[in-house]
Write a protein that binds this ligand. Sequence first.
Ligand SMILES: *Cc1c(COP(=O)(O)O)cnc(C)c1O
Length: 433
Amino acid sequence: MKYYSTNGKADRATLREAVVKGLAGDKGLYMPEVIKRLPESFFDEIQDLSFQEVAYRVADAFFGEDVPADTLKQIVYDTLSFDCPVVKVTDTIYSLELFHGPTLAFKDVGARFMARLLGHFIKQEGTQQVNVLVATSGDTGSAVANGFLGVEGIHVYVLYPKGKVSAIQECQFTTLGRNITALEVDGVFDDCQALVKSAFMDEELNRHMKLTSANSINVARFLPQAFYYFYAYAQMKKLGKAGQLVVCVPSGNFGNITAGIFGKVMGLPVKRFIAANNANDIFYNYLQTGSYNPRPSVQTIANAMDVGDPSNFARIYDLYKGDHDAIAAEISGATYTDAQIAETVCNCYEQTGYLLDPHGACGFRALSEGLREGECGVFLETAHPAKFKSTVEGIINAPVAVPEKLAAFMKGQKQSVPMSRDFADFKAYLMSR
Ligand SMILES: *Cc1c(COP(=O)(O)O)cnc(C)c1O
């Protein structure tokens, strides 16, 4: 299968090229030329299949032409070493818990899949080691570092701003060792990102070592997110609740929801989607007005959704050929202030006993307000509430238990390389490796 760029000015790429490059040469996002429909028979039996079986069928539709069946199956099964259960919150609202992976957030799925697929291409080519550079303000670094941990032929450098990430987040990428190196940059997130960008553009450095990014727009991180929409449907069908299913996605860069929409194009019987935003309501405004006006992001307590120019909007726009009415017919929007998010976490906990994280709270609230007669809703619980421990404890006024997996990171020995924000220093360091 070939991949084209949403900007339409770059050559079509093979899967391998799209995965290694990430962004197309014209700065567009890669899209698969064909989105295959899955047969009716698959949906007839889906409720009896395991998560891994469901995911493999979806993966085969995207990647089956380009990756040998046994390899692809291995990649899918290795990626999904944890469950994504649907949990009842109210009679009509269910939580798809995507936080049972190594770093307790949904980005584990895409990061683990991408690491394994890239590992496959490197082995196949027999090329030199590939070095992944990733700048992080917290969550991406942990998902990528853990996703790539121990994958042969790949070394990961995580650049993070000194003193600007939470203690839990820092532990998730500084205690791993092996093929993961954490660089503690004396600066802010933008400095980290600038260092990574300069590295990709430096010819001498690129001759010295093979560099790539593990950005969330990469097709190998983006497409696997479709897996759990199918599995959520399977679980709801088993419960007899899938007749009029509404799926609500707390959204920032809109990669997650776009993968769900791809699922619908493949035949997944979802009635409609809701994109839940925090105060960064660029997409919400687009739905209301038909004009897309990006602006600088504002900081909220659902900080993984603090995005002022959602990159995957380009994919949604491309998929619907820019037809605003078609987009608005399939996706509705919601936007919540920090006060509303806090109120939702608090009320839901008191009334149902279910503890939401600030991102999932946007999803739960949008369903509470937006479900119509006869519909059932699933919202994506994108992270475990303990990842936002102090925020959530402040809201519910009670301690939040930290899962064993998260606590284990805190026990590890922090190891990081101090780095200035001067590119010459960063380059000299990489040239010495
Ligand atoms: C990344 C992230 C989101 C936003 O997902 P997008 O694919 O960028 O829309 C939501 N919640 C959490 C916890 C995240 O880490």
